[in-house]
Ligand binder design. Sequence first.
Ligand SMILES: Nc1ncnc2c1ncn2[C@@H]1O[C@H](COP(=O)(O)OP(=O)(O)OP(=O)(O)O)[C@@H](O)[C@H]1O
Ligand SMILES: N[C@@H](CCO)C(=O)O
Length: 329
Amino acid sequence: MAVFTPLGDAQVATFLEPFDVGRFVSLQGVAGGTENSTFFVTTDRCELVLTLFEQGEQEELPFFVDLLDYLDAYRLPIPGPVHDRDGVALKRLADKPALLFPRLPGRHPENPSLEQCRVIGDTLGRMHQLSRHFSGHRPNPRDLSWLTAMHHKVLGFLRQEDQTLMKNAVDDFEGEFAARGELPQGALHGDLFRDNTLFEGDRLGGIIDFYNGCTGDLLFDLAIVINDWATAEDGRLDQARHDVIINAYQARRALTADERALWPTMLSMTALRYWLSRLLVVYVNPPAHDLTPHDPTQFRTIFKARQMYGTLPLPEAPASTAGQSKTAR
Ligand SMILES: Nc1ncnc2c1ncn2[C@@H]1O[C@H](COP(=O)(O)OP(=O)(O)OP(=O)(O)O)[C@@H](O)[C@H]1O
Ligand SMILES: N[C@@H](CCO)C(=O)O
């Protein structure tokens, strides 16, 4: 369960008082999640989610609040934090930073339908159209320079074949990124896995968990989505899901020639990013709780499949956005 800091009813009732959300009725800890404490809160007016931040870079929380407020203002299906009557969203509770959100309907898709894939591609494309104009700044903490610095920490835990695979890939990525063109920049979700979305049937209730949000290459976000949403059991790409996501995305924002050139590298690099982050959790910085960590081998399989089979041909952008691709800086 993901309640690392238990809360009492009276504590939460007091916490809610400055907000215009109605009177406290009940509180329920949420089992999902591994990083923060999450609670569903019911008032006599609405259903809310209360998040206590247990770890991570807490000084970065104002960036996340600004980004969520920005995206929420454009009516994307992304819940902005609830602000109190004085306009303050970021609070403290039980000596932890705390945010309150509207509770969204839906479930995480395990086996996403093509329509759910279309919706996520479309929503990410819309988000990136807008996020390119977001004025906040938080360099991507999981980019290639992180990979380069951190992969050394896990090499000693890997068998020789995997050490070579990882070291060679990082060297290759460095060469390929050094030669890359200029890629469109903007704010990213940074972790848009299926379990950070809630769907009711094919309707997207919303995207949650922006705490890997940052600014950087928009292509990084799309690669994360493809690796999680459009990968078959054996790690290879699922063509139907891949094409539906890319087509829907490009109907909002066409990929530039430089992005297309870097795409196979970005897909591999983001697969390695998750293999590495999961290895770091298992071997280097195990969390204090005993929740089962995400399985690193799943992303080793995906990474190896990208290395062996490359990527699928990228569909062309539709005529409605194709003209953007030369100017999308
Ligand atoms: N706004 C929301 N509406 C409905 N459910 C939510 C909302 N926010 C979070 N949840 C539920 O709480 C769970 C945990 O939330 P969240 O993903 O933010 O936690 P976390 O500890 O940061 O997780 P992770 O391990 O994915 O980093 C989600 O999987 C979801 O079921
Ligand atoms: N989405 C991440 C966990 C949260 O950062 C993973 O699957 O490893």
